[in-house]
Design a protein around this ligand. Structure first.
Ligand SMILES: NC(=O)c1ccc[n+]([C@@H]2O[C@H](COP(=O)([O-])OP(=O)(O)OC[C@H]3O[C@@H](n4cnc5c(N)ncnc54)[C@H](OP(=O)(O)O)[C@@H]3O)[C@@H](O)[C@H]2O)c1
Length: 361
């Protein structure tokens, strides 16, 4: 579907999943405000958006600064008009056990990964509420429900987004607002974060299998812009993690204690001179994908099922109705056969002569 007046803001659009989302919105002709810090990545994303049929505005922004986020929203609206979709997606993380995290690392991850979403949501609401129109999409994670070792700062921020969004949703419902907020919870994806997130471990980080290409998540995000869903869980691993944590959280604690360290690290020793993006952007264009394409799925049957659940439910209902109709016809036919086979009750006539078909025919 192409919406001519669709104006989208994406935070963290210079690389990784946010850039995949930008490409997908571009294909349907959207006008897109591209927010992140790295100019090289943003300008490359702008070229891609324009070559795919969209329009793009590069707005270098650090999402941990509320004033910069407000200025970015102003710039996008003065270029393209009212913002209709706001996608909070920017993140940063530190791979480290809590005992080796420094306070300033935790506060920085929280300011970018949690408060960046809060500021984005607030500037979007400021514009959408008076118009009573718009959708805010929070790119979340299975880790919004289940903390894992070595990512405490990030998991804390993702949990916080969850709580913040639930409060906001209830307020929007209370006010009978038509502004919507939705969470799209992602599985592990092969993005740039594993090459540039700060790493206090001895080995390079990796996404925990099963891994999906970021286009799988981007598809769900763009779909969410058109549908009124409270939350979308992307990938069967996300569904399983959330469910397992509800059923047996203590068991999961032990499972993660045993496998959570090794599953998040490759066997390659980390290069200590490698730059990280915690405080400032890493120069250059880093694209959408990380180095794990050879083990990343390009599709997810679970996503297809989730996004088509209305059609599937209608098809299921149709099959049930067909089955029921067939059963009714079968019973009617059986009843008719029985009627023909059994002798009819005698029906007395005025003259007392029998009238049953078996006797007269
Ligand atoms: N990859 C996964 O396995 C995975 C799993 C579940 C959920 N997710 C979610 O998917 C979303 C995208 O993650 P990703 O894997 O694509 O991460 P990524 O590859 O590291 O990309 C992060 C993006 O955020 C931007 N960014 C970082 N700090 C910023 C700041 N202070 N201000 C503005 N922009 C900033 C980065 O650009 P600059 O450095 O140029 O600013 C980049 O565009 C996140 O919300 C994440 O939680 C990812």
């Amino acid at each position: 579907m192409v919406r001519t007046k669709e104006v989208v803001v994406i935070t963290g659009a210079s690389a990784g999943h946010g850039r995949a989302v930008a490409r997908r919105f571009a294909r349907r002709g959207a006008s897109i405000g591209l927010l992140a810090r790295g100019r090289d990545g943003l300008e490359a994303a702008q070229r891609e958006v324009e070559s795919l049929g969209g329009r793009a505005l590069v707005v270098p922004t650090d999402v941990s600064d509320a004033e910069q986020v407000e200025a970015a929203a102003r710039a996008v609206e003065s270029e393209f008009g009212p913002i209709t979709v706001w996608v909070n997606n920017a993140m940063t993380s530190v791979f480290s056990p809590v005992k080796r995290l420094r306070p300033e690392e935790i506060s920085r991850v929280t300011e970018v990964t949690y408060l960046g979403y809060v500021y984005g949501t607030m500037v979007a609401l400021k514009r959408m509420l008076p118009r009573d129109n718009g959708i805010i999409i929070q790119v979340g994670s299975a880790l919004a429900y289940r903390g894992i070792p070595l990512q405490a700062a990030y998991c804390g921020a993702k949990h916080a987004i969850q709580g913040f969004t639930e409060s906001l949703r209830a307020e929007l419902l209370h006010d009978k607002s038509r502004v919507r907020v939705t969470l799209v919870q992602m599985p592990a994806m092969n993005t740039t974060q594993f090459s540039w997130s700060r790493n206090n471990m001895r080995h390079n980080p990796q996404p925990v299998p099963p891994v999906y290409e970021p286009e799988v998540g981007a598809k769900a995000v763009v779909w969410a812009a058109d549908h009124n869903r409270r939350e979308i869980e992307v990938g069967s691993s996300t569904v399983t993690a959330i469910l397992a944590n509800k059923i047996a959280p203590a068991l999961l604690d032990h499972y993660l204690a045993r496998f959570g360290y090794s599953s998040q690290q490759t066997s390659e020793p980390v290069d200590r001179s490698r730059p990280d993006n915690l405080w400032k952007a890493v120069p250059g264009d880093h694209g959408v994908h990380g180095p794990f394409s050879n083990r990343s799925a390009r599709r997810s049957p679970q996503v297809w099922t989730t996004l088509h659940r209305g059609t599937l439910a209608a098809a299921g209902l149709g099959l049930v109705l067909i089955g029921l109709s067939a059963e009714v016809l079968r019973r009617r036919a059986a009843h008719k056969d029985q009627s023909l086979a059994l002798p009819r009750m005698r029906t007395p006539t005025l003259g007392g002569a029998p009238t049953s078909r078996l006797q007269t025919g």
